[in-house]
Design a protein around this ligand. Structure first.
Ligand SMILES: NC(=O)c1ccc[n+]([C@@H]2O[C@H](COP(=O)([O-])OP(=O)(O)OC[C@H]3O[C@@H](n4cnc5c(N)ncnc54)[C@H](OP(=O)(O)O)[C@@H]3O)[C@@H](O)[C@H]2O)c1
Length: 297
C-alpha cells in the first residue's frame, strides 16, 4: 500500500519504519524541509522516507495521523483538499475530540480511530527507540471506515498485535480514562507513574475514574467501574518506572494534551450538566501552568 505518516515523531516514526519493513511504500509528512528523511529504529540501519511530497500524498491509500491531539486540526486541514476522496485516514493519537473539530471536512473520507500502547522514544529527530511492546486497537469513525477492517491485518503484519473493534468508542474511552487518572496527577506531582500506587492517591484516582465513567455513560459508552479501576491500577503498576507524556510535557514546558484528555471529559460533563470536581480541578491546574508560560514569554 501507499502509506503516509502525518507527524513522524516517536510513534509515527515507529509505524513508518515497521510498515516500510513490511513491504509498503511509506512516506512521511513532517516538519523537516528535506525532501528525504532517514529514520533509524533502535539499532537497525536507517531507512529513507520521502517527505512532504505532494505527488506521493495525492496517491496515498492510507494516511496515518500520529500528531499530538492539539496539532491535528492545524496540520491536517490544509492537506485534506489535496487527498483523493478514497484515502483512508487513521487517527492514532491519545485523547479525544480532535476529529470532531474536523467532522465536516472528514465526512466523505473513510475515517478510522485507534489507540496504541506501544512505547516509542525519540533519541533525536532521526532516531527512534521502540521502548515498550504494546498493542493497537482500531475501528471505524464513519460508515466508510467500517469497510476498512482489512487495515487491522495490514497493520498487524507490520507491528502486532492489532485488534479490530466494531465499536472503537469502548477502547478509546478506556484509554482516555486511564490517561485522565494518570497523566495530570503525575504532571502536577512531577512523579513517575509508580508513585500513584501510594495509598494517599487512591481515593482521588477512584474519584477521577468514577466521574469520567459517568461522562462515558452519557454518550452511551458503558464501562464497568470496578474493572476500570483494576485496569488503571494495573497500568500504574506495570508502568511504574515510566513518566507519562503529560509529566514530560509539563516539566519541559511543552503544550500538553490536557485539552483532549481531561478537557474532553470536562466538555462532556458541561454538555450534560454533570458535576465532576476532581477532573475539573486537574484540568484547571494544568491549564493554569500552561498559561503561566505564555505570560512569561
Ligand atoms: N510516544 C509514545 O510512546 C506514545 C505511545 C502511545 C501513544 N502516543 C500518542 O501518540 C501521539 C504522538 O505522540 P509522540 O510521542 O509520537 O509525539 P511527537 O514525538 O511529538 O510526534 C509528533 C510529531 O508531529 C510533528 N508535527 C507537529 N506539527 C506538525 C505539522 N504541522 N506538520 C507535520 N508534522 C507535525 C512533530 O514535529 P516537531 O517535532 O517538529 O514538533 C513530531 O514529529 C500523542 O497523542 C501521544 O500521546 C505516544
Amino acid at each position: 500500500m501507499n502509506i503516509t505518516i502525518l507527524g513522524p515523531g516517536a510513534i509515527g516514526s515507529l509505524y513508518a519504519y515497521k510498515l516500510k519493513q513490511a513491504g509498503h511504500d511509506v512516506s512521511i509528512w513532517g516538519r523537516s524541509p528535506n525532501s528525504t528523511v532517514d529514520i533509524q529504529l533502535d539499532h537497525l540501519p536507517p531507512l529513507p522516507f520521502a517527505n512532504q511530497n505532494l505527488v506521493v500524498l495525492k496517491r496515498t491509500d492510507l494516511l496515518i495521523v500520529t500528531l499530538k491531539a492539539w496539532q491535528v486540526e492545524a496540520a491536517l486541514s490544509p492537506l485534506l483538499p489535496l487527498l483523493h476522496p478514497d484515502t483512508m485516514i487513521l487517527f492514532l493519537h491519545n485523547g479525544m475530540g480532535s476529529v470532531d473539530k474536523l467532522a465536516n471536512a472528514l465526512a466523505n473520507f473513510p475515517v478510522l480511530l485507534g489507540t496504541s500502547t506501544h512505547g516509542a522514544l525519540r533519541v533525536n529527530a532521526l532516531h527512534v527507540n521502540h521502548t515498550g511492546l504494546g498493542e493497537t486497537h482500531i475501528g471505524a469513525w464513519n460508515d466508510k471506515g467500517q469497510q476498512c477492517q482489512f487495515l487491522s491485518d495490514v497493520l498487524h503484519h507490520a507491528l502486532s498485535p492489532v485488534k479490530w473493534h466494531t465499536s472503537i468508542q469502548h477502547a478509546l474511552w478506556t484509554k482516555l480514562i486511564i490517561n485522565c487518572a494518570i497523566n495530570p496527577l503525575t504532571a502536577l506531582e512531577n512523579c513517575s507513574n509508580g508513585q500513584l500506587s501510594e495509598p494517599r492517591y487512591r481515593h482521588q484516582i477512584e474519584q477521577i475514574i468514577d466521574e469520567a465513567q459517568s461522562c462515558a455513560e452519557k454518550v452511551d459508552v458503558t464501562l464497568d467501574k470496578a474493572s476500570l479501576k483494576e485496569t488503571v491500577f494495573n497500568v500504574i503498576t506495570k508502568t511504574a518506572k515510566n513518566y507519562s507524556s503529560m509529566q514530560q510535557d509539563i516539566s519541559q514546558q511543552r503544550t500538553s494534551e490536557i485539552e483532549f484528555i481531561t478537557g474532553y471529559v470536562v466538555s462532556i460533563a458541561e454538555r450534560y450538566q454533570l458535576d465532576i470536581p476532581e477532573n475539573n480541578a486537574l484540568f484547571k491546574q494544568i491549564k493554569c501552568i500552561e498559561a503561566s508560560w505564555s505570560k512569561h514569554d
